[in-house]
Ligand binder design. Structure first.
Ligand code: SAH
Length: 245
């Protein structure tokens, strides 16, 4: 009787350890599969949504391939992180559609070492894409909660060289001006004059301009001496550019 009980117990112990081992193996596989999935989704995003639609700049394509977009979205949208659409990031704001991020970045014609200013940090995703191309990235967000969260996300992804400030981007960032390129990811009714002023000769601004809620135009502006060459790129839909009160 006693022996049976002992053997029974030993068998139970073996079974429990086997189950524990299997759970560990399964969870390891699951995280590995999860990782592979995100990478796979990222490759699909770049091939189907971005390269297929004509974005060619190798630096942009490799940045889009590298930055883990799922780290910049709210947890409830994890599965949709690589979809062909913008997603809510809280505070009534959105992370832009991947294709729009790629097009706008390509239009900036960035080279390594260029100094770039972003107005509208939001999730920090666009800033991370810029940060893959150049280390001189400055970004301003008007909603302090978003600025704080973006800073945390960027730090957790090792983009510690990206400088973020909470404030009204209408005035640019005088302290670090002039910039080689400026990207605005919210739509004002006109191009803020301080941004034109803080652009280097030969510099580029990429900006959606138009009334909130209406069809806006994405412009690529090139500064040439005192002149601004304006290029109408396409119709877009962005959240409004708001002003500090
Ligand atoms: N580039 C972002 C997308 C952000 S949506 C990303 O990759 O996630 C646009 C952002 O612009 C919003 O977070 C909004 O709060 C911000 N914004 C609007 N007006 C602004 C202003 N005057 N100055 C700075 N940020 C502004």
């Amino acid at each position: 009787m006693r022996k049976d009980y002992k053997e029974d117990n030993a068998a139970k112990m073996k079974f429990v350890s086997l189950c524990t081992l299997m759970t560990v193996v399964f969870s390891l596989c699951e995280s590995a599969i999860g990782e592979i999935d995100y990478q796979h989704l990222r490759i699909q995003m770049v091939e189907r949504q971005i390269r297929a639609r004509g974005v060619k700049d190798k630096k942009v394509l490799s940045a889009m391939m590298k930055v883990p977009r799922h780290k910049f979205v709210l947890e409830k949208y994890l599965k949709k992180a690589y979809g062909d659409y913008p997603l809510p990031i809280g505070e009534g704001q959105t992370i832009s559609q991947p294709y729009i991020v790629a097009v706008m970045t390509e239009l900036l014609e960035l080279k390594e070492g260029d100094k770039v200013l972003e107005i509208g940090t939001g999730s920090g995703y666009q800033a991370a894409i810029l940060g893959e191309i150049t280390k001189e990235v400055y970004t301003i967000e008007i909603i302090p909660e978003l600025a704080k969260r973006a800073k945390k996300t960027l730090l957790s992804q090792s983009y510690d060289y990206i400088k973020i400030k909470a404030g009204d981007g209408y005035f640019g960032w005088e302290e670090y001006a002039p910039f080689d390129a400026i990207i605005v990811t919210a739509a004002p009714a006109h191009i803020p004059p301080p941004l034109k002023k803080q652009l280097k000769d030969g510099g580029r601004i990429v900006i959606p301009v138009g009334m909130p809620g209406a069809y806006q135009t994405l412009w690529r502006v090139r500064k040439s001496g005192e002149k601004l060459e304006m290029n109408n790129i396409m119709g877009v839909s962005f959240v409004p550019f708001t002003r500090a009160r």
